[in-house]
Design a protein around this ligand. Structure first.
Ligand SMILES: [Fe+2]
Length: 228
Protein backbone atom coordinates (compact mmCIF):
# COMPACT_ATOMS: atom_id res chain seq x y z
CA UNK A 1 0.00 0.00 0.00
CA UNK A 2 1.27 3.48 -0.81
CA UNK A 3 2.14 5.65 2.18
CA UNK A 4 0.12 8.87 2.42
CA UNK A 5 1.89 11.87 0.93
CA UNK A 6 3.36 14.28 3.46
CA UNK A 7 1.96 17.69 2.65
CA UNK A 8 4.31 20.12 4.33
CA UNK A 9 1.80 22.96 4.23
CA UNK A 10 -0.86 20.92 6.04
CA UNK A 11 -0.28 21.04 9.81
CA UNK A 12 -2.55 18.04 10.32
CA UNK A 13 -0.13 15.80 8.42
CA UNK A 14 2.61 13.83 10.22
CA UNK A 15 5.03 16.49 9.06
CA UNK A 16 3.29 19.15 11.21
CA UNK A 17 6.57 20.38 12.78
CA UNK A 18 8.02 20.65 9.27
CA UNK A 19 5.31 23.19 8.55
CA UNK A 20 5.49 24.94 11.92
CA UNK A 21 9.24 25.36 12.36
CA UNK A 22 10.70 24.20 9.03
CA UNK A 23 12.16 20.90 10.24
CA UNK A 24 10.88 17.69 11.79
CA UNK A 25 12.31 14.76 13.70
CA UNK A 26 11.52 11.13 12.80
CA UNK A 27 13.11 7.80 13.53
CA UNK A 28 14.17 4.75 11.59
CA UNK A 29 12.90 1.37 12.82
CA UNK A 30 16.16 -0.40 12.10
CA UNK A 31 19.57 0.86 13.09
CA UNK A 32 21.89 -0.43 10.39
CA UNK A 33 22.90 1.92 7.57
CA UNK A 34 20.67 0.19 4.97
CA UNK A 35 17.60 0.51 7.24
CA UNK A 36 18.31 4.19 7.79
CA UNK A 37 18.80 4.93 4.10
CA UNK A 38 15.58 3.01 3.30
CA UNK A 39 13.65 5.06 5.88
CA UNK A 40 15.11 8.30 4.46
CA UNK A 41 14.09 7.33 0.93
CA UNK A 42 10.59 6.35 2.04
CA UNK A 43 10.06 9.69 3.82
CA UNK A 44 11.74 11.67 1.06
CA UNK A 45 9.72 10.17 -1.74
CA UNK A 46 6.53 11.23 0.04
CA UNK A 47 7.75 14.82 -0.30
CA UNK A 48 9.09 14.88 -3.85
CA UNK A 49 11.78 13.53 -6.18
CA UNK A 50 15.31 12.64 -5.18
CA UNK A 51 18.11 14.65 -6.75
CA UNK A 52 21.83 13.88 -6.76
CA UNK A 53 24.23 15.74 -4.48
CA UNK A 54 27.56 17.27 -5.44
CA UNK A 55 29.19 13.87 -5.98
CA UNK A 56 26.38 12.83 -8.34
CA UNK A 57 24.89 10.28 -5.90
CA UNK A 58 21.21 9.97 -4.94
CA UNK A 59 22.12 8.85 -1.44
CA UNK A 60 25.29 9.51 0.47
CA UNK A 61 26.75 8.79 3.88
CA UNK A 62 28.67 11.89 4.95
CA UNK A 63 31.22 12.28 7.69
CA UNK A 64 33.19 15.26 8.99
CA UNK A 65 36.23 15.75 6.76
CA UNK A 66 39.52 17.47 7.32
CA UNK A 67 40.05 20.31 4.84
CA UNK A 68 42.60 18.39 2.77
CA UNK A 69 40.22 15.44 2.24
CA UNK A 70 37.21 17.49 1.14
CA UNK A 71 35.82 18.49 -2.28
CA UNK A 72 37.78 21.64 -3.19
CA UNK A 73 34.67 23.84 -3.40
CA UNK A 74 32.87 22.39 -0.38
CA UNK A 75 32.50 24.10 2.98
CA UNK A 76 34.63 21.33 4.51
CA UNK A 77 37.53 22.37 2.26
CA UNK A 78 37.46 25.77 3.95
CA UNK A 79 36.37 24.90 7.48
CA UNK A 80 37.52 21.27 7.86
CA UNK A 81 36.59 19.85 11.26
CA UNK A 82 35.80 23.27 12.76
CA UNK A 83 32.15 24.32 12.98
CA UNK A 84 30.52 24.32 9.54
CA UNK A 85 28.69 27.63 9.17
CA UNK A 86 24.98 27.90 8.46
CA UNK A 87 24.14 27.36 4.81
CA UNK A 88 21.47 26.37 2.31
CA UNK A 89 22.21 22.95 0.78
CA UNK A 90 23.05 23.12 -2.95
CA UNK A 91 23.37 26.92 -2.92
CA UNK A 92 25.58 26.53 -5.98
CA UNK A 93 22.64 25.28 -8.06
CA UNK A 94 20.26 27.79 -9.69
CA UNK A 95 17.43 26.30 -7.62
CA UNK A 96 18.61 24.64 -4.38
CA UNK A 97 16.80 21.43 -3.45
CA UNK A 98 13.61 21.91 -1.45
CA UNK A 99 14.26 19.34 1.27
CA UNK A 100 17.29 17.78 2.89
CA UNK A 101 16.91 14.54 4.86
CA UNK A 102 19.59 13.39 7.27
CA UNK A 103 19.67 10.08 9.14
CA UNK A 104 22.05 9.21 11.94
CA UNK A 105 24.08 6.05 11.26
CA UNK A 106 26.52 6.90 14.05
CA UNK A 107 26.46 10.04 16.23
CA UNK A 108 30.24 9.73 16.67
CA UNK A 109 32.39 10.31 19.67
CA UNK A 110 32.73 13.12 20.39
CA UNK A 111 29.34 13.79 18.82
CA UNK A 112 28.67 16.92 16.77
CA UNK A 113 25.25 18.58 16.69
CA UNK A 114 23.38 19.78 13.61
CA UNK A 115 22.35 23.41 14.01
CA UNK A 116 19.12 24.70 12.49
CA UNK A 117 17.99 28.27 11.87
CA UNK A 118 14.75 29.45 10.19
CA UNK A 119 15.65 32.56 8.18
CA UNK A 120 12.13 33.93 8.66
CA UNK A 121 12.97 34.45 12.35
CA UNK A 122 15.82 36.82 11.47
CA UNK A 123 13.58 39.89 11.65
CA UNK A 124 14.31 41.51 8.28
CA UNK A 125 12.50 44.79 7.56
CA UNK A 126 10.79 45.35 4.21
CA UNK A 127 13.78 47.40 3.02
CA UNK A 128 16.18 44.67 4.08
CA UNK A 129 14.10 42.01 2.33
CA UNK A 130 14.17 44.15 -0.81
CA UNK A 131 17.97 44.43 -0.60
CA UNK A 132 18.33 40.65 -0.22
CA UNK A 133 15.96 40.10 -3.14
CA UNK A 134 17.58 42.64 -5.47
CA UNK A 135 21.31 42.88 -4.74
CA UNK A 136 23.29 40.72 -7.18
CA UNK A 137 25.75 38.23 -5.73
CA UNK A 138 28.08 35.90 -7.59
CA UNK A 139 27.63 32.16 -7.02
CA UNK A 140 31.06 30.67 -7.58
CA UNK A 141 30.91 27.10 -8.85
CA UNK A 142 33.61 26.69 -11.48
CA UNK A 143 32.53 26.80 -15.13
CA UNK A 144 28.86 26.99 -14.10
CA UNK A 145 29.23 30.11 -11.92
CA UNK A 146 26.34 32.55 -12.19
CA UNK A 147 24.84 35.74 -10.76
CA UNK A 148 21.86 35.47 -8.46
CA UNK A 149 20.37 37.03 -5.32
CA UNK A 150 20.34 35.88 -1.69
CA UNK A 151 16.54 35.92 -1.54
CA UNK A 152 14.59 34.40 -4.44
CA UNK A 153 11.73 36.43 -5.94
CA UNK A 154 8.87 36.69 -3.46
CA UNK A 155 11.04 35.15 -0.74
CA UNK A 156 10.51 31.60 -2.06
CA UNK A 157 13.90 30.55 -0.74
CA UNK A 158 17.03 31.97 0.81
CA UNK A 159 20.37 31.16 -0.84
CA UNK A 160 23.12 31.44 1.74
CA UNK A 161 26.50 29.75 1.73
CA UNK A 162 29.68 31.54 2.80
CA UNK A 163 31.59 28.97 0.71
CA UNK A 164 30.25 29.99 -2.70
CA UNK A 165 28.52 33.40 -2.50
CA UNK A 166 30.55 36.52 -3.26
CA UNK A 167 29.55 40.16 -3.33
CA UNK A 168 30.71 41.95 -6.49
CA UNK A 169 29.51 45.51 -5.76
CA UNK A 170 28.44 47.75 -2.89
CA UNK A 171 24.87 46.53 -2.79
CA UNK A 172 26.01 42.92 -2.80
CA UNK A 173 28.42 43.70 0.05
CA UNK A 174 25.63 45.35 2.06
CA UNK A 175 23.39 42.34 1.48
CA UNK A 176 26.12 39.88 2.53
CA UNK A 177 26.98 41.92 5.63
CA UNK A 178 23.31 42.08 6.55
CA UNK A 179 22.75 38.33 6.36
CA UNK A 180 26.14 37.42 7.87
CA UNK A 181 25.47 39.63 10.89
CA UNK A 182 21.90 38.52 11.39
CA UNK A 183 22.75 34.79 11.12
CA UNK A 184 25.71 35.14 13.50
CA UNK A 185 23.57 36.80 16.19
CA UNK A 186 20.44 34.63 15.94
CA UNK A 187 19.34 31.98 18.43
CA UNK A 188 19.13 28.57 16.75
CA UNK A 189 18.07 24.98 17.43
CA UNK A 190 20.73 22.30 17.92
CA UNK A 191 19.87 18.67 17.26
CA UNK A 192 22.01 16.20 19.21
CA UNK A 193 21.89 12.96 17.28
CA UNK A 194 21.01 9.47 18.44
CA UNK A 195 21.45 6.50 16.13
CA UNK A 196 18.34 6.08 13.93
CA UNK A 197 17.19 9.71 14.23
CA UNK A 198 16.03 11.24 10.97
CA UNK A 199 15.44 14.92 10.39
CA UNK A 200 13.69 16.51 7.43
CA UNK A 201 14.79 20.08 6.77
CA UNK A 202 12.85 22.50 4.58
CA UNK A 203 16.00 23.75 2.82
CA UNK A 204 14.22 26.80 1.39
CA UNK A 205 13.50 28.02 4.89
CA UNK A 206 15.90 26.52 7.43
CA UNK A 207 19.67 26.95 7.25
CA UNK A 208 21.79 24.16 8.72
CA UNK A 209 25.31 23.90 10.07
CA UNK A 210 27.42 21.57 12.22
CA UNK A 211 29.14 22.09 15.53
CA UNK A 212 32.90 21.33 15.59
CA UNK A 213 33.93 17.71 15.10
CA UNK A 214 37.06 15.68 15.60
CA UNK A 215 39.28 13.55 13.44
CA UNK A 216 38.12 9.92 13.58
CA UNK A 217 34.99 10.68 15.62
CA UNK A 218 33.10 8.07 13.57
CA UNK A 219 30.15 10.44 13.03
CA UNK A 220 28.21 9.35 9.94
CA UNK A 221 24.97 10.78 8.59
CA UNK A 222 23.05 9.38 5.62
CA UNK A 223 21.79 12.17 3.37
CA UNK A 224 19.28 12.48 0.55
CA UNK A 225 18.10 15.59 -1.27
CA UNK A 226 14.57 16.19 -2.56
CA UNK A 227 13.13 18.50 -5.20
CA UNK A 228 9.48 19.42 -4.84
FE1 LIG B 1 24.95 20.94 4.23
Amino acid sequence: MLSPKIVASDPEQPAGPLYKRGWSLHSSEGSNPDDIVRALVELGERLGTRVPGRAGLLEEVVEPLAAEDAHPRSLSARYGLSALPFHTELSHRPRPCRYLLLGCVDPGSPAAATMLLDWRTLGFSQDELALLEEAPVFVRTGRRSFYSTILAPGGAFLRYDPGCLEAMDDRGRRAMQLIDGRVAAAPFDAHHWRQGDIIIIDNWRVLHGRSPSDHGSGRRLARILIDA
